[in-house]
Ligand binder design. Structure first.
Ligand SMILES: N[C@@H](CCC(=O)N[C@@H](CS)C(=O)NCC(=O)O)C(=O)O
Length: 221
């Protein structure tokens, strides 16, 4: 059976979240890199797969799906063991509802605010983040700080797909935003905990690449 194909970019936090999930469940993905600076993600061929032209996008046989959170759930529920599914996306109604709450927060607020700041630097000639953009990111971190409370992970003492996705977004903020550990001690501790996990190396690598791209764009824009 052929492996699922992930269209990705090494610097992409949502694509990295998918790759981390695959690593956690021991699933081998075939990957295809897109050059966003050549607008390969907006080519007619790619738009046939994903009309939004976003990364990541997954092709599993004749099934195509985009949006990292949907991809993560699909891969876990199709390829994960029952134990992995129960640990990473528990079937308990309230736990699953809370995980979904965090995933929607990531899509609609947390990652969206990061993209609002980074996309103009990548593609719009901006020379850096705006004060307004950084304030919006700080506000999202304030929400995350409250969500975490005194928990080790977002929904308790065990890692779930919420930590995988939001961890990738949170770490990726480093390319334009410095997290203040005094203002956000719970987020800082949670990120430090995630950084101990072998799978999180993928995110740390993505962040290094992202920092390199953002810095060179800031100079050349
Ligand atoms: N909510 C989406 C966000 C995907 C996204 O915006 N990816 C970026 C790369 S990190 C992208 O494709 N940007 C190009 C564009 O939006 O045109 C997800 O979680 O997959």
């Amino acid at each position: 059976m052929s492996r699922p194909v992930l269209y990705k970019l090494d610097a992409s936090p949502p694509a990295t979240a998918v790759r981390m999930l695959a690593e956690i469940i021991g699933l081998e993905l075939e990957t295809k890199d897109l050059d966003v600076f050549k607008l390969e993600h907006k080519s007619p061929e790619f738009l046939k797969l994903n009309p939004m032209g976003t990364i990541p996008t997954l092709q599993d046989g004749d099934f195509i799906i985009s949006e990292s959170h949907a991809i993560i759930q699909y891969l876990l529920l199709k390829y994960g063991t029952k134990e992995q599914q129960e640990q990473l996306y528990p079937s308990d109604l309230r736990t699953r509802a809370l995980i979904n709450q965090y995933l929607f927060f990531d899509t609609g607020v947390f990652y969206a605010r990061r993209k609002n700041v980074v996309a103009p630097i990548f593609f719009g000639g901006a020379k850096g983040a705006t004060e307004k953009g950084l304030a919006a990111i700080d506000e999202a971190f304030t929400t995350l700080e409250a969500y975490l409370g005194d928990l080790h992970y977002l929904v308790g003492d065990r890692l779930t797909i919420a930590d995988v996705s939001l961890g990738a977004t949170a770490a990726s903020m480093r390319c334009i935003h410095t997290l203040d550990p005094v203002k956000f001690p719970r987020v800082a501790r949670w990120l430090a905990r995630l950084e101990q996990k072998p799978f999180f190396k993928l995110t740390l690598n993505a962040v290094d690449i992202l920092i390199g791209i953002v810095n060179s764009k800031i100079v050349s824009n």
